[in-house]
Design a protein around this ligand. Structure first.
Ligand code: ZN
Length: 181
């Protein structure tokens, strides 16, 4: 058995990621580190403090920026207002946030849904000194699957008893954000 000693590419400190970690911070220099089967490299993480948030904790989100195209949307209720809401929401590119830290699925779904509905505005700032971001445990592929689930939840919560939906996403690969919450 070969044990791989992981060192921070920036400060050379030993790294101790948890089992599920995909992107985590070096404990010494706080550089975001991306862990893959090939080893470690520095990760690109954008830091943002949305307006009105008095930063408690930096939490990781995958952000997809693109179009959700609904191809089928069938309901039992046939409520026109709900249908129009859905059409209006997906009529243009949206910021689609997917919580990336280790949190229970219902919570991830709820937080993602609220941030997408609010279309939280994020503006990248310089990496704050000693910002502690929770580790990201989702790969972009995992995030994409969770996003489908979040979009489904948004549509299912409208007032018209959704029975069937299909949609596609047109978006470039997501970026990773540390958002102060
Ligand atoms: Zn380091």
């Amino acid at each position: 058995m070969k044990l791989l000693l992981l060192r921070c590419p920036v400060c050379q400190s030993g790294l101790q990621p948890e089992d599920e970690d995909i992107v985590f911070l070096c404990r010494d220099c706080h550089t975001p580190i991306f862990l893959s089967e090939q080893g470690v490299e520095t990760a690109e993480v954008f830091y943002a403090k949305p307006q009105g948030n008095t930063a408690g904790q930096w939490l990781p989100f995958w952000l997809f920026e693109g179009r959700v195209r609904i191809t089928t949307r069938e309901t039992q209720g046939g409520v026109k207002a709900a249908e129009s809401e859905s059409e209006a929401m997906w009529s243009e590119p949206r910021r689609l946030f997917v919580p990336a830290w280790d949190c229970p699925l219902p919570q991830a779904r709820q937080i993602g849904m609220e941030m997408i509905e609010k279309q939280v505005v994020v503006t990248a700032v310089n990496r704050p000194q000693n910002a502690e971001m929770k580790a990201a445990v989702l790969t972009p592929d995992d995030a994409r699957k969770l996003l489908d689930f979040i979009i489904l939840t948004i549509e299912a919560e409208r007032m018209d008893w959704l029975t069937d939906i299909s949609f596609s996403l047109e978006a470039p690969p997501p970026t990773l954000w540390a958002i102060a919450m």
